[in-house]
Design a protein around this ligand. Structure first.
Ligand code: SF4
Length: 323
């Protein structure tokens, strides 16, 4: 399980801190695919980086923490912010945004696999034995073991993405974090990557966290999802409920703007833009774009709270209490 415990982070700038994550508090369960959605700049990638413990100056944690806990090889473990990075690859791995460009184009893939697998996992194996294991794993994922002889520049973007996912999952980590795993790929390749992620999650019985601005990705693969807006989590619940019965005005507009088979109505999108994080409005940050905004919304921040079992939202229309 991953517990995100009232986490707030900011970027340090010469004009003062820019708050990018504001008091985000929720849990990601074992053995689920959890999605994080929202427009560009809403903080979803920063949140994923925090989950992978790659918070480095000028990004700082202002308050709160992350706790990664579970069981690996029959042993319980629990790590907090600052300790999670000791478990990279083994317990938690990360597929970064634009992962296709992460591989060094002029180094054969076999060397990149050998460099990434910690010595502790290679035990007393020779390089050839480790590569045999990697080759067998690639075959298991319906990829050719001959790929190990190839250079990344010889592969398509989709194939490089598959190789990165294979690399990230080779050590059967309990948690896999993927940032925009289908961006910049054509729709057919996107589908193949999503199918691969779903298959891997079933096979490894682990937790996957997928960040994507594409609501279609969440609809296809995630079990539960959270919607972020301007650095805050504003709605969270089962994906099916979010799509069928969104409750926060922003989510309603987001879901309402999606094209659906057979629906010929004009789609309008959400008017306006998210506020600049350097100068956000007081109260609810969605108020300048919200058709339901009242004076109260413009003054008081709505609290993120459970409004139905397992369903959370931050909106004065749903909450009786405000902070
Ligand atoms: Fe709209 Fe007010 Fe709810 Fe914010 S709190 S989403 S402005 S109704």
């Amino acid at each position: 399980m991953i517990k995100i415990d009232h986490l707030s982070t900011s970027y340090t700038t010469i004009d003062g801190p820019v708050h990018v994550i504001n008091d985000v508090d929720f849990e990601i369960f074992d053995n689920e695919i959890f999605g994080i959605a929202g427009e560009s700049g809403c903080g979803k990638t920063t949140l994923l980086k925090a989950l992978y413990d790659i918070i480095e100056f000028p990004l700082v944690v202002d308050s709160g923490k992350l706790i990664l806990s579970g069981q690996k090889e029959g042993k319980d473990f629990s790590y907090e912010t600052g300790e999670i990075r000791k478990n990279w690859w083994n317990n938690i791995s990360y597929v970064p945004q634009a992962a296709q460009s992460v591989l060094n184009p002029i180094v054969p893939l076999k060397n990149q696999f050998l460099d990434s697998i910690p010595k502790s996992d290679r035990k007393k194996e020779t390089k050839e034995q480790t590569l045999k294991r990697v080759g067998a794993y690639l075959e298991e994922l319906s990829l050719s073991s001959d790929l190990l002889k190839a250079y990344p520049f010889q592969l398509s973007g989709g194939m490089r993405q598959r190789v990165i996912i294979a690399l990230a999952t080779f050590m059967s980590p309990n948690v896999v974090l993927a940032d925009e795993p289908t961006t910049a790929l054509d729709v057919v390749v996107q589908r193949g990557i999503l199918m691969m992620l779903m298959r891997l999650q079933k096979q490894l019985k682990n937790t996957m966290v997928i960040v994507s601005h594409d609501m279609g990705v969440h609809y296809q693969v995630t079990d539960r999802m959270g919607i972020m807006y301007s650095g805050s989590m504003i709605e969270l619940g089962k994906t099916v409920d979010i799509f069928e019965k969104p409750i926060h005005p922003y989510t309603k507009m987001l879901v309402g703007a999606l094209p659906r088979v057979g629906d010929k109505s004009q789609k309008t999108g959400i008017p306006g833009r998210p506020p600049a994080l350097t100068n956000p409005p007081p109260g609810c940050r969605f108020a300048p774009r919200c058709p339901k905004a009242t004076n109260k919304c413009k003054e008081l921040v709505p609290k993120f709270r459970e409004v139905e079992q397992g369903r959370y939202a931050a909106c004065h229309l749903l909450n009786s209490e405000v902070v």
